[in-house]
Design a protein around this ligand. Structure first.
Ligand SMILES: NC(=O)c1ccc[n+]([C@@H]2O[C@H](COP(=O)([O-])OP(=O)(O)OC[C@H]3O[C@@H](n4cnc5c(N)ncnc54)[C@H](OP(=O)(O)O)[C@@H]3O)[C@@H](O)[C@H]2O)c1
Length: 335
């Protein structure tokens, strides 16, 4: 379904954008992939890397400098585009906390601009990336992503008779991503330290790879009718087990939960459960507002029971220390 299509990825030079572009070039034959982001240097590096890795398909890539805060530029970039993946965001929690207005401009105004530009240009599908931090948010990053999610869901109502739909893919911290616990422990181990501090012994997280995130976005592109939030079913792990897997026998001092940190990552809340369906490999939270002829429940799903929630703390699938050790071998640490 991506063959011969024109795809635009906002934030295309980021971790997700590069992994998505690689996946699509490897598995499909798109007409064009447009990378839309601000920094020319990141685009230069990506161009060089992709020229080497995909010499035969490199001509399908286009690199557009642009800011999601700039609606005119987005509208120009989306002319002739079939699918948009919205991955551009300010996503570091402390940076968003310290620069709230900037986070609002990129994550909220940017989302509004992406929606308006897509509606005005004949785009067929838009998939926006969300995060577990948007669920019951405790920091501004999560707050801005919650608003962004709401905007994308409601955008289906503005679509009217236009052949376009908007959906969301939500996932948690990607294993090994910058600023997350794995590179933090890794740095300590490299320095020869024997203590791996644990903020709280009860702390759990989901394990998701970038590839799984990309595959869920492809699924959303294929299946979405409008307004759905797609969530992967993935295993959980205890942070204490992660420390043990990375440095067997290490000391694990408990240092206290940090401001804005949650004990468990939450993907589906009890409130969401009213409209959540479980599928083989994922959940879909359907919108509570009903959009005419949109967001029909996709086949193969079973409504979750009342009071259901899905968090890394109440998951039924858990990684053992040994399994974590094996998975660690497969990830690229972002520096
Ligand atoms: N990484 C994770 O663990 C994780 C987990 C859950 C959800 N997510 C979500 O997934 C999405 C992608 O994350 P990522 O890990 O790929 O982030 P990333 O590596 O930090 O990349 C962010 C991308 O957005 C671009 N960007 C930032 N501000 C922009 C603006 N104003 N206009 C246009 N482009 C802009 C950046 O390029 P320039 O700076 O050059 O513009 C870069 O290409 C985000 O929406 C994030 O919230 C990520």
């Amino acid at each position: 379904m991506l063959n011969n299509k024109v795809i635009l990825v906002t934030g295309g030079t980021g971790s997700f954008g590069k992994a998505f572009t690689k996946y699509v070039l490897t598995n499909y034959d798109p007409k064009k992939i447009i990378i839309y982001s601000r920094d020319e240097f990141k685009q230069f590096i990506m161009q060089n890397d992709f020229k080497k890795e995909f010499p035969d398909k490199f001509s399908k890539l286009r690199f557009f400098i642009g800011d999601v805060r700039d609606r005119e530029r987005l509208t120009r970039a989306m002319e002739g585009v079939d699918y948009v993946i919205h991955a551009a965001a300010l996503k570091q929690v402390p940076a968003c906390e310290y620069n709230p207005a900037e986070a609002i401009k990129t994550n909220i105004h940017g989302a509004m601009n992406v929606i308006d530009a897509a509606l005005d240009t004949g785009v067929k599908k838009v998939v926006a990336l969300s995060t577990d931090k948007a669920v019951n948010p405790v920091n501004l990053y999560g707050g801005t992503k919650l608003v962004s999610d709401k905007l994308f869901i409601a955008a289906n109502a503005y679509a009217g008779s236009k052949d376009i739909n908007f959906s969301i893919v939500r996932y948690g911290n990607v294993a090994g991503s910058r600023g997350s616990v794995i590179p933090f422990f890794y740095d300590k181990i490299q320095k020869g330290e024997k203590d791996l501090p644990i903020t709280d012994y009860r702390m759990t997280r989901f394990w998701i790879s970038l590839q799984q995130g990309v595959e869920l976005v492809i699924k959303a592109l294929k299946d979405a009718k409008g307004g759905e939030t797609f969530i992967s079913k993935i295993p959980s792990f205890k942070i204490t087990d992660l420390a043990e897997a990375m440095l067997p026998g290490c000391n694990k001092p408990e240092v206290g939960i940090r401001e804005g940190e949650k004990l468990h990552e939450i993907m589906v809340t009890v409130e969401d459960s009213m409209t959540t369906y479980e599928y083989d490999k994922h959940f879909i939270v359907y919108p509570q507002m009903v959009f005419q002829e949109r967001a029909t429940v996709l086949p193969g799903g079973k409504k979750v029971p009342e009071g259901f929630s899905y968090s890394s703390g109440n998951n039924t699938e858990w990684l053992t220390v040994e399994e974590i050790r094996e998975l660690l071998k497969t990830i690229d640490l972002e520096k």
